[in-house]
Design a protein around this ligand. Structure first.
Ligand SMILES: Cc1cc2nc3c(=O)[nH]c(=O)nc-3n(C[C@H](O)[C@H](O)[C@H](O)COP(=O)(O)OP(=O)(O)OC[C@H]3O[C@@H](n4cnc5c(N)ncnc54)[C@H](O)[C@@H]3O)c2cc1C
Length: 373
């Protein structure tokens, strides 16, 4: 105690908390970020493939697709600003993406997807044959029957994103506290009191960005939300002399190549609680998926495997002030798309802090809509 209250205290140092802390600190407010692990971005964020793929991830038009596109549009400039602020290059690659299928039954779904996406003004090719798809990615396997080409899709290096955000945030004044687990938040007069072990920190506003955790904090705030961890396993392969020009996104997973030459093959979706482990079954499934899409990956060096827990909420992302206490802002449930959605989430949280009310873009994701109130 004894310390002056922070304007804003962010709980959770994944990509969402880091992005919010940097954004808010840049407005001149005093900000602290509390992260339980000994380094930032060590949970879901570190596991991510870094695709910024609204086109492949959204299944229908609507608020989620709009939010994802808005964030994808923010990304190029965001990457440049992070480089300028931190000196860390997040390896933004506007590679493009092929959404391919090996099943004749899925072709109709791709055509439906294409129709609504075209109507939404997204850049997408007509349905392409294997031969046509191979003009983009010559190594595609013979089982691929058809696909769509999205030239505008990009990807970034998720570790570097966390590193860049942590550095940029610190330079903007964020007090980054690692190995600091928050056990509760409660109102104390016109301030909020945040417990970290025996320590009590005071803040005017608190942002909860605890990914697949934080249930205890939420319960203490009277919030009946329980982000469910959905495990994703990932393989890393180091092929010799295989430039993979685009992201290849199939029915069961995707492969993409990072600037270093490393190829990532991901990801499983498993509901196994908080077990962030890799398994033989998971690795075997990903290996089969990768070889089907790109048979030439078969002889690639196996460079490693990891797993992370995606924070899933049935309602989709929940972003904005709590109905029961507007000083507490949630930024939770980014599931498969937290890297993609980080810039827009940070912007919307900053706007809700500045305006003291929900920005219009947040209505569909508002805790008020999801929790009532
Ligand atoms: C295999 C895999 C592939 C993925 N690929 C992509 C992709 O290509 N593109 C994309 O956009 N997204 C992808 N994602 C999803 C993305 O990783 C998540 O949506 C994103 O990381 C969520 O960020 P977060 O900050 O909410 O959660 P996290 O990164 O999990 O961060 C939450 C943080 O809060 C901390 N915390 C929790 N409780 C407390 C507490 N009580 N006190 C202090 N700290 C606490 C945790 O230690 C953690 O660091 C992928 C995920 C996985 C697993």
């Amino acid at each position: 105690m004894g310390e002056a209250p922070f304007d804003c205290l962010v709980i959770g140092g994944g990509v969402i908390g880091l992005a919010v802390a940097r954004e808010v600190a840049r407005t001149g407010r005093s900000v602290a970020l509390l992260e339980r692990r000994s380094e930032p971005g060590a949970e879901a964020t570190a596991a991510a493939a870094g695709m910024l793929a609204a086109a492949a991830e959204a299944h229908s038009p609507g608020p989620f697709f709009d939010l994802a596109r808005r964030s994808a549009d923010l990304w190029p400039r965001w990457a440049e600003r992070l480089l300028a602020e931190s000196g860390v290059d997040v390896e933004y690659e506007g590679s493009g993406l092929l959404r391919v299928t090996t099943s004749a039954e899925v072709v109709g779904d791709l055509e439906i997807r294409r129709a609504w996406q075209l109507a939404q003004g997204l850049e997408v090719s007509g349905l392409l044959s294997l031969e046509e798809l191979r003009r983009e990615v010559p190594q595609l396997g013979p089982e691929v029957v058809a696909g769509l080409h999205y030239p505008g899709v990009a990807h970034v290096h998720s570790h570097r994103v966390a590193e860049a955000l942590a550095l940029a945030g610190t330079r903007a004044g964020v007090r980054l506290r690692l190995s600091a687990e928050v056990t509760g938040v409660r109102a104390r007069g016109d301030l909020l009191e945040v417990s970290v072990g025996a320590e009590r920190l005071l803040a005017r506003r608190v942002v909860v960005a605890t990914g697949s955790w934080g249930e205890q904090i939420l319960r203490g705030l009277g919030v009946n939300l329980r982000p469910e961890p959905v495990r994703g396993q990932m393989l890393a392969l180091r092929p010799r002399g295989l430039p993979l020009p685009e992201i290849v996104f199939g029915d069961l997973g995707y492969v993409l190549q990072k600037r270093s030459g490393l190829v990532l093959a991901g990801a499983t979706e498993e509901r196994v609680g908080h077990l962030a482990e890799t398994t033989l079954d998971g690795v075997a499934r990903l290996a089969a998926m990768a070889r089907t899409l790109i048979p030439e990956l078969g002889p690639a060096e196996f460079s490693g495997a990891w797993a992370g827990l995606r924070p899933f909420l049935e309602s989709g992302p929940v972003i904005g002030p709590l109905p029961q206490d507007e000083r507490v802002i949630l930024a939770l449930g980014h599931f498969r798309n937290g890297i993609l959605l980080a810039p827009v989430t940070a912007q919307l949280v900053r706007e809700s802090l500045e305006e003291g009310r929900e920005p219009a873009g947040l209505m569909a994701f508002s805790p008020r809509r999801i929790l009532g109130g």
